[in-house]
Design a protein around this ligand. Structure first.
Ligand code: GLN
Length: 394
């Protein structure tokens, strides 16, 4: 048998992603899964039907490397409609197998071994492994609860002569933070001053709750030529299993992203691409309705958790809300808390420490609210019963 030490060192040493770990634990204990972020309802019927129809009309061979023309057109049109961005559908878009692939392709396209990339914690769990596999060097800046404010001095200090890129996630997982125009202007200034590229993880671009407003970094002065903007049909159409993503940017950068994509997956299933093209052309009411529905769910779950005694932070977008459990009297760390509520209360969540590299904040958890109202209510009822019983026992 091959020894593990003959395999890639970084991957051999890596654990299973927290999302898979918590979903498995939730299944094992029959817990309501407010951990891994996925809706428990189907996406729009017309989009799903379009994908089904497209399987049956004899167009199932390899689509073009950068994506079907109709989807690249739709991505460019959506960039113009929602954000006023001028994207070339022929040379400014690459369709990928999920934003996960898109992000890996952007990092591959941008970084050489030894290059530095600036990242903001808490961060999504695929960023660091890919950066390290490329031999690049992460420079981490951290946001802290409860306000998740951007530490501007630390961010400026993280940029240096070897900085090649920044990876920015807004709306942000797990915090639900939507970076303000002022914060983005500060970031854009640093990116321009250092001649860097910005990889913009905007998978939650349409899941933003007014009065918060999403501003793509790419819309700021001088940024269109140095941003790679990543979107995800999984999030925009509540079809997370589809794994259709897209990168938009200037042709000079997108051409290199296409070289990365051709070595990762080369293409993405054509029926799903055709359905997503139809989805992106849906009327404004669809997109506003999606955000409004999630905003209401965010409020419902936040109010329920607050009534139980959690200290719940405001969320401005994404599928997620974060909360401090220490007022409930639980003294273990966030991993222990998530395990405890999954096993004992029948509700799963994600420990926020999983989004930090080292010395994370230790009493914050992330709950996903992209679930049916009755599921959110039942989750709160279970937690309320559990913590009421614990209080009596203590
Ligand atoms: N992005 C989802 C989350 O943050 C999970 C995706 C995954 O399981 N890889 O919960």
């Amino acid at each position: 048998m091959l020894e593990l030490n003959r395999m890639n060192t970084l991957l051999s040493a890596a654990g299973t992603t927290i999302f898979t770990v918590m979903s498995a634990l939730a299944n094992e204990h029959g817990a309501i899964n407010l951990g891994q972020g996925f809706p428990d309802t189907e996406g729009p019927r017309d989009v799903v039907q379009a994908a089904a129809d497209a399987l049956l009309d004899d167009r199932n061979q390899y689509p073009p490397l950068t994506g079907l023309p109709e989807l690249r057109q739709a991505v460019a049109a959506a960039n113009a409609r929602f954000w006023g961005l001028d994207i070339d559908p022929a040379a400014g878009v690459v369709v990928t197998s999920g934003a996960t692939e898109a992000l890996a392709a952007c990092l591959m396209a941008t970084l050489n071994p030894g290059d530095e990339v600036v990242l903001i914690e808490p961060l999504y769990d695929t960023y660091l492994p890919v950066i390290r596999l490329l031999g690049a060097v992460p420079r981490l800046v951290r946001l802290q609860p409860p306000d998740w404010a951007l530490p501007r001095e630390a961010l400026a200090a993280a940029f240096g002569p070897r900085t090649r890129a920044i990876l920015l996630n807004t709306p942000m997982n797990p915090t639900g933070k939507v970076f303000t125009a002022d914060e983005l202007a500060f970031i854009a200034g640093l990116v321009r001053a250092h001649g860097a590229v910005a990889i913009c993880d905007e998978v939650y671009e349409h899941l933003v709750f007014p009065p918060a407003r999403h501003v793509p970094l790419m819309t700021l002065p001088g940024m269109a030529e140095r941003c790679l903007r990543v979107g995800s049909a999984g999030k925009t159409f509540s079809l997370t299993g589809w794994k259709v993503g897209y990168v938009s940017g200037p042709p000079a950068l997108i051409g290199v992203v296409a070289r990365a994509h051709q070595n990762l997956t080369f293409t993405t299933p054509p029926n799903l691409q055709r359905a997503v093209a139809l989805g992106l052309a849906k009327d404004d009411a669809y997109f506003a309705g999606l955000a409004a529905s999630l905003a209401a769910k965010a409020e419902r779950l936040s109010a329920g958790l607050a009534a139980i005694g959690f200290r719940v932070l405001p969320t401005q977008g994404s599928y997620f809300v974060t909360a401090d459990y220490s007022p409930l009297g639980f003294t273990g760390d966030d991993q222990a808390f998530c395990r405890h509520i999954t096993e004992q209360a029948g509700v799963a969540a994600i420990p926020v420490s999983a989004f930090y590299e080292a010395e994370p904040p230790r009493r914050w958890v992330r709950f996903a609210f992209c679930k049916k109202d009755e599921v959110l209510d039942e989750a709160c009822a279970r937690l309320a019963r559990h913590f009421a019983a614990r209080a009596v026992a203590a």
